[in-house]
Design a protein around this ligand. Structure first.
Ligand code: CTP
Ligand code: MG
Length: 229
């Protein structure tokens, strides 16, 4: 395949607070990881799926992948993640097939991300030859604070974008950026930008929100509930 999606699912889910890794928590009857793989295996592009999980979850992840993949084209690899998200992405990069030239990195915790968002990111990377990340306008008024509880200036909202995943990159750019990364970054776009490569922001989708807290999990359950008559 020429496209790979690295699904990072090796986090511990501290803020969700259910005492198990977040990707393995049930969301409307199936693990969050399973839900997030649905959209990826529905892609038209033949895709290598690399799932990055905690060391003691490799077997379980393999079962989940097999169940969702069914007869889908492409293939999947399960690898063990690291201490940080960045280390987990790095573990995923090491498992890429030789033929891959576009790499998407996706949070398993964004379980309801539609297939169309993956397809848009792939299209943008392919046509523009640079990184592409989905983002949404920020609707709240954002204040810079003095660090002690006092409001300083209001940040100009029109310059802000709340970014999501999948974040896609030409493979060479992402791998070079990871080779040279000296710091920890909060997302792959920041790491790639720090290496000097351009990253475009495309339209995101509210459904790609990240399940972080118990409130987010309830919201995801509601999205999956059958619509009332
Ligand atoms: N992730 C990972 N490896 C890590 C840390 C995070 O693969 N060492 C993944 C998570 O599994 C998740 C995504 O990165 O899909 C986004 O991270 P986050 O929402 O912070 O998940 P957790 O780290 O699991 O949650 P928390 O920070 O609340 O512990
Ligand atoms: Mg985390």
């Amino acid at each position: 395949p020429s496209v790979a999606v690295i699904v990072v699912a090796a986090g511990s889910g501290t803020r969700l607070g259910l005492g198990q890794p977040k990707a393995f928590v049930s969301l409307a009857g199936r693990p969050i990881l399973s839900r997030s793989l649905d959209a990826i295996f529905a892609l038209d592009d033949e895709t290598q799926v690399v799932v990055v999980v905690p060391a003691d979850r490799v077997e379980q992840a393999g079962d989940i992948v097999a169940q969702v993949a069914g007869a889908a084209v492409g293939y999947a690899t399960v690898v063990v993640g690291g201490e940080s998200r960045q280390a987990s992405v790095e573990a995923g990069l090491a498992a890429l097939a030789e033929s891959v030239d576009i790499v998407l990195v996706h949070d398993a915790a964004r379980a309801l991300t539609p297939t169309a968002q993956f397809a848009s990111v792939i299209d943008e990377v392919r046509s523009a030859g640079r990184g592409a990340v989905p983002g949404l306008p920020v609707s709240d008024t954002i204040k810079r604070t003095d660090g002690f509880g006092l409001a300083l200036a209001t940040v100009d909202r029109s310059e802000l974008s709340a970014v999501q995943t999948p974040q896609g990159f030409p493979r060479q750019q992402l791998q070079r950026a990871y080779e040279f990364a000296a710091d920890e970054f909060t997302d792959d776009a920041a790491l790639v930008a720090a290496a000097g490569f351009e990253v475009a922001i495309i339209h995101g989708d509210p459904l790609a929100f990240k399940i972080t807290t118990a409130w987010d999990l309830r919201r995801a359950e509601q999205e999956l509930a059958p619509a009332p008559e």
